[in-house]
Design a protein around this ligand. Structure first.
Ligand code: CUA
Length: 654
């Protein structure tokens, strides 16, 4: 039954079950003090709730033990990690450690995860943070399949692969071809490729060139990372890239269905401004917003694959790169004007159209793939850009423009022929019809919406129904927590006659950019690592896995190997004696197979911490460089004798 219809019934009922927890301290009860046993009506009055508030609460409240219908995977922005949220409850379910060490998960404090983080080094520099922008769920035939999620790092261009079998990062790839990126990650409809597009142009492959050589030596590029589904890994040797002019390529999207085989990149700063506001030049942002039009890049990746196979590439920073001139000569790359300093390129569910947000223009422009193909076939160009890329005539390439409002950015879709566009300057969500390009409804959000997401909203079969406004500012939404405020995710219900705001979720870690929302039942995650001894990075039995009864300490040429097991409530061995200066290799297997029977392990004062989920094996290598007595203990409250799950790590002086 629709909540509207049964709400009056509820209001008349005594509220014996909705009492506040007797253990809640009086200060936390504030407005609900004394409401125990009162009716819903009285509770609403006491808390100042309207019928709409209660309606929203009933749509999101998820009783203990009940599970969510959808997962949101949100980028953690400059927090560097991935955030998993349930819908409609908007409960944060997990942070998945990716680019930033996460001690709670033992991520970056043991051998496997340290090695993984090292694979994301650039120029030999270890990196301990990332600026994650756009997560992309793996797709099969253009639909989310729930197997993997890819994430990017804008600051230190990298792509990571997260397995949704256990919500764990399994791979990181970093190419030194580019120096920053933004149009990443986006996948092709069968996840053949994960796209990573440069944002701020720089000499390809690194090295120095002065800004005065910007036009000749700086370049953009898009990397097509080849994904091997069977291995569940990106294969760098099979990956390739294409060189772009030194515009700031912005967002990307892969074509699907009608446009499968093509990829689209919008761009800003076709002015090629470089800033220099202390050198007598205009600041970058004003130099970069002079032109009325920038260029949507239209790229035939299927054909590009053939060009790569034919060896028409040059190798830069170990990557096969299709030179810009080759891309032009082979008919791989075309431009279409897009107004003005655009942001966001989103392909419609049928793949027939591409929607670009104007940012400094009030429209969402709808490009027709068919028209663009015809223009290409007819070689009907409106000149070329300074680098020789053919430009398709704007008016002939579009179906039309939707008048959205001030600052349209990103667009998502529902399954009923509608689009949702985030309107940054107006702080609104605009719902509009793809049919007649007319706005149906605009809803205020709080405040400064960046990305927007709808349930499965960028697949070939979007659900719509739930929309989330990812707001950059929270100003007056939450209790004050100092000058650095959380971001604000607002859940919107679009199942009724008009959009309804349901819930505000403060995001207290990083600044999410894009997110994707997938049906929860598409993800089949494991509960325990089976059999015990699994390395979470490889999902295979670790060569150093330890079985119960086989615990031991061995001295080898490379140091002391401690083969240890963890099980409620002891580590075996629980006494480890080493000599000052010895290299120690801890091999620890949690031999439990019970769900949620996680242990943690630390040796004090050595910056060591690992998380041992049931069945997981970890290795930790360190030098016992200072004599002393170091307690080691379990860091997860695993049992009644958790405090006793401890031992001594003794370092005898030489
Ligand atoms: Cu094991 Cu606490």
């Amino acid at each position: 039954m629709h909540p509207k219809r049964w709400l009056p019934l509820l209001l008349a009922m005594p509220l014996a079950t909705a009492c506040v927890d007797a253990a809640t301290p009086p200060s936390a009860q504030a407005s609900t003090a004394g409401v125990q046993g009162q009716s819903l009506q009285e509770l609403m009055q006491a808390r100042g709730l309207t019928e709409a508030d209660v309606n929203a609460a009933l749509k999101t409240y998820t009783p203990s033990g009940k599970k969510d219908e959808y997962f949101i995977f949100a980028s953690g922005g400059h927090g560097g990690n991935l955030i998993v949220i349930g819908v409609p409850s908007m409960r944060i379910l997990k942070y998945v450690a990716v680019f930033t060490p996460e001690p709670w998960q033992g991520y970056g404090y043991g051998d496997q995860t340290n090695d993984l983080l090292k694979t994301g080094s650039r120029d030999g520099r270890a990196l301990t943070w990332g600026d994650m922008h756009h997560p992309a769920l793996s797709e099969t035939a253009g639909d989310y399949d729930g197997q993997y999620i890819f994430v990017n790092d804008k600051a230190n261009p990298r792509v990571a692969v997260v397995s949704l079998e256990d919500f764990t990062t399994v791979q990181m790839v970093a190419s030194e071809l580019i120096e920053s990126e933004h149009g990443s990650t986006f996948v092709t409809p069968n996840t053949d490729y994960v796209i990573e597009t440069a944002q701020y142009p720089a000499p390809l492959g690194g090295g120095y060139a002065d800004l005065s050589e910007y036009d000749t030596k700086y370049r953009g590029a898009a990397i097509f990372w080849k994904f091997d589904r069977k291995k569940g890994r990106i294969v760098p040797e099979d990956s390739w890239a294409v060189e772009f002019p030194p515009y700031m390529q912005d967002l990307a999207d892969a074509g699907k269905l009608a446009s499968d085989g093509w990829a689209f990149f919008n761009s800003i700063n076709t002015e090629r401004a470089t800033g220099g506001n202390l050198e007598g030049k205009p600041p970058l942002e004003s130099g970069a917003s002079q032109n009325d039009m920038d260029y949507l890049h239209v790229f035939d990746w299927k054909k590009a694959e053939e060009v790569v196979k034919a060896g028409k590439t040059k190798t830069i920073a170990g990557m096969r790169v299709i030179a810009l001139q080759t891309a032009i000569d082979e008919g791989l790359l075309y431009f279409v004007p897009e107004p003005k300093s655009p942001h966001g390129i989103d392909v419609t569910p049928d793949g027939k159209e591409m929607v670009v947000g104007g940012k400094l223009d009030t429209h969402a422009t709808v490009y027709s793939f068919e028209k663009m193909q015809q223009l290409i076939a007819d070689q009907k160009f409106d000149g070329r850009d300074p680098y020789g890329v053919p430009i398709l005539p704007f008016r002939d390439a579009i179906r039309g423009q939707a008048e959205i409002g001030l600052g349209p950015l990103h667009t998502q879709f529902d399954g009923r022929g509608n689009a949702y566009t985030s309107v940054f300057i107006e702080s609104k969500v605009a719902k509009w019809s793809l049919k007649d390009l007319k706005v149906i409804e605009k809803m205020p959000v709080h405040y400064n919406i960046g990305h927007i997401l709808a349930a499965e909203g960028d697949t070939v079969s979007p659900d719509g129904n739930y929309v989330v406004a990812m707001n950059k500012w929270a100003i007056d939404r939450f209790a004050d927590v100092g000058p650095l405020l959380p971001q604000n995710f607002q859940l919107i219900d679009d199942r009724g006659p008009s959009m309804q705001l349901l819930y505000d979720l403060p995001i207290p870690l990083g600044e999410p950019h894009y997110s994707q929302m997938i049906k929860a039942d598409k993800i089949k995650s494991i509960d325990v690592y089976k059999p015990a001894g699994i390395n979470a990075l490889t999902h295979q039995i670790d060569p150093f896995a330890v079985k119960g009864g086989e615990e031991r300490i061995e001295r080898k040429a490379d140091g002391v190997h401690v083969y240890m097991t963890a099980v409620r409530s002891h580590f075996t061995p629980d006494t480890v004696r080493v000599k000052e200066g010895e290299t120690v290799h801890l091999h620890i297997t949690n031999i439990e197979q019970a769900k949620d029977a996680t242990h943690g392990f630390t040796v004090g004062s050595h910056n060591i911490h690992v998380s041992l989920e049931p069945g997981k094996h970890v290795n930790v290598t360190f030098v016992a460089d200072k004599p002393g007595v170091y307690p080691m203990y379990c860091t997860e409250f695993c049992s009644a004798l958790h405090l006793e799950m401890a031992g001594y790590f003794l370092v005898e002086p030489k």
